[in-house]
Unconditional design. Sequence first.
Lengths: 340, 340
Amino acid sequence: MSAQTARQTAASISAASPLDGLSLLLGDDMKKVNALILQKMQSDVPMIPQVARYLIAAGGKRIRPLLTLASARLSGHDGPRPYGLAAAVEFIHSATLLHDDVVDESRERRGQDSANIVFGNQASVLVGDFLFARAFQLMVEDGAIEVLRILSDAAATIAQGEVLQLQTARNPDTSMDEYKKIIGAKTAALFAAACEIGPVVAGKNSATQEALRDYGYNLGMAFQIADDVLDYAADQKTLGKTVGDDFREGKMTAPVILALQDADAEERAFWQRTMEKQDQAKGDLDRALAILGRHGALERGLALAHDYATKACAALNGAPRGALHDMLLALPAFAVKRDH
Amino acid sequence: MSAQTARQTAASISAASPLDGLSLLLGDDMKKVNALILQKMQSDVPMIPQVARYLIAAGGKRIRPLLTLASARLSGHDGPRPYGLAAAVEFIHSATLLHDDVVDESRERRGQDSANIVFGNQASVLVGDFLFARAFQLMVEDGAIEVLRILSDAAATIAQGEVLQLQTARNPDTSMDEYKKIIGAKTAALFAAACEIGPVVAGKNSATQEALRDYGYNLGMAFQIADDVLDYAADQKTLGKTVGDDFREGKMTAPVILALQDADAEERAFWQRTMEKQDQAKGDLDRALAILGRHGALERGLALAHDYATKACAALNGAPRGALHDMLLALPAFAVKRDH
């Protein structure tokens, strides 16, 4: 173990969270990825880096590129190939964020006005398109057709998930299965792909590929369900997102679906008025929170997220032990518990 | 020459236009491409084929997939490989149309209400994303990394052209060079790419690749400039687009840029008011047309388009002679003269 690695390992162990630990453990790699992200968002059309930088530099946890790096390193690859692919994954994610915020008419993202508010819908749509194309250019530079397959499949799946979400919005009859299908597509698919390309780059067999894909998928599910629960956790003002967004948009997520499973007539009428008809008045969010509380919907949502977290950990059974393995193993539970 | 080929050649010679001729000459191939387009726009999310079919089945000239087929056949490839790539090219084009109409707030496309009007901006953005991803899946199925390079480069260039267009909108100081850069990116780049992948599939050398790319680029320039002139040709009500769209949107295109080159103070004030400040009243479009007429701006625009058409034809110098060559040679002049 080199001095640097030892230092990183020590740092990661004392890190505040497994995500911070992963960032520390892969710190040198992530510096390269971040530099590449900044470099590849350049264009001689000034508005493009302006919008892209606004979104990407605003932070975000970089969890997807971290997963690509981690899965490549865990699979035994120690070269620079994952850098471009990790950047590609972050670009696909950034493109979907830009388009999502247009579609959802969001006003806030990562604790600041969202790009659609600052630069307009037009710029958000087109810069999203650019980042998406740039992601594929990065994959082409790498040259592995299998990586292109994984990420083009993921991109098609994400778009389908977003459309499905659009179709089920404001529909109180949305089932838990439909919800899982939506978040499986719009969130877990990219987590799965980000993890799957690691072993591909490392030249590992399809069993390793499938195990890491499985890890990413279940982590993504846990992550999104926890996110959807947090959207109703009114004391979490540090999230960089407005509490109650999903409620205001009529987005059917785990807490409301769970609360609707054994709702009485009055509650059902409430959800129909507020979500389906989008007829919302002052105090309705508080009432929604009270109903969710009555049904233990947030706790039950987190329990569901926890189930996925457990599955994610199980998928790592065959992976080599070490600091990286420890962090990846701790990440799913952290994704569920996070209050950040 | 088979009976079928002979029949097609005879048909193409008597066809109303080189585009019809090309469609007839490549009729059997285009049937396969159209079937593939319909098949690959399917999804178990019903809104996706619904929106895609609405746009794609509404017609359109399918000029880009025709170019991919033609360039592959002209380069000596006679297998089915170009079908998927021609469909990919059409999907990229369709995705940009869906996003364009959102960005431009268009109301009409191909003679009917545009998709953003019928299905909303959200569906247009997301189904565009799906078609874009699907295009890359089709390229991955083909497996040629060089094709992926060509089309991912084109996609990034298109997005940059669109953003540049957004930035120059309503700016009467837009130069002819900036205009050429915009249309070179947003239109000619995909024409060039559509043509370039033909020789790649046929395994031809880079000189053939460059020649056909050159043909496509110049054809695309001619096509777009003619299109921008037609936008002001008020008697062309059969275009399937509203006359004066570019004027109303403040889009700086060849006719206005040419008319501004030797505009007097009053005319300049008119363009500033109507384009820059978007302060338009009844009768302003007629006045714009009168000013364009005074400067011969439409004729001069078409002359510029004709220059590109000539360059396109010159690029075909080294290509094998025959019916396909004849049609491709006739296409650029037709693109300029078209009143359809």
